[in-house]
Design a protein around this ligand. Structure first.
Ligand SMILES: [Zn+2]
Length: 204
């Protein structure tokens, strides 16, 4: 597993508009769990308040933490379907369960636009707001450009700005080149382990 070192959040291309908030939420954990920012209710409280998803005086329980992490991991699995992964029935069940307790309404604004807004406060309201952003991104087509980095030691969520939408790594320099170099070395080893034409003739 290749763990990219010296990462900063700005190293990953940010998704446009409010989808960046969902991206930041998904990137609270990556690299098969070696990076985890939401380990305690206090950490979740700090994260939600700093991203304006929760008020300072609203409490976060162990149950909130469990629900939030389950939703995050389920959303990650949903995203990996776009990179050729299998649909995970447990992830779908989890998302549908969370969304039942996190109702959304449509809020109309002065400028004539409308957006999904949570119809509940607290952590459920925060989760509803995130799910509303996901739904909007699915409708406007930006959701499909949100991808999981294919470096198994990384798995950061990045936004694919490549022209043909074929991006596979959060960063070519940090993850792409590293994997390309490894694949090249592996190919070289395979080539060397095969008998050359000359050897085949001698043996033949
Ligand atoms: Zn990466």
């Amino acid at each position: 597993m290749q763990r990219p070192s010296g990462w900063k959040p700005e190293d990953v291309s940010p998704a446009p508009d409010s989808l960046e908030l969902v991206q930041a939420f998904l990137n609270t954990s990556f690299g098969r769990g070696w990076h985890e920012e939401l380990r305690t209710p206090e950490q979740l409280h700090t994260w939600l308040v700093s991203h304006q998803l929760l008020l300072q005086n609203e409490a976060v329980t162990e149950g909130d933490l469990r629900r939030t992490r389950s939703m995050r991991d389920a959303l990650r699995l949903l995203l990996s379907v776009q990179s050729g992964g299998m649909t995970d029935q447990n992830a779908l069940r989890e998302l549908n369960r969370v969304s039942k307790d996190a109702p959304l309404t449509i809020a109309f604004s002065n400028d004539g636009s409308a957006h999904f807004a949570p119809d509940i406060g607290g952590v459920d309201g925060a989760l509803a707001r995130l799910l509303g952003i996901v739904m909007t991104a699915m409708v406007d087509g930006t959701w499909t450009q949100l991808k999981v980095c294919q470096n198994p030691g990384c798995e950061r969520i990045f936004y694919d700005y490549s022209k043909n939408h074929s991006g596979r790594w959060c960063s070519m320099a940090k993850c792409g080149n590293r994997l390309n170099a490894r694949a090249y070395r592996r190919r070289q080893q395979i080539d060397h382990s095969l008998p050359s034409k000359e050897e085949e003739r001698v043996q033949g």
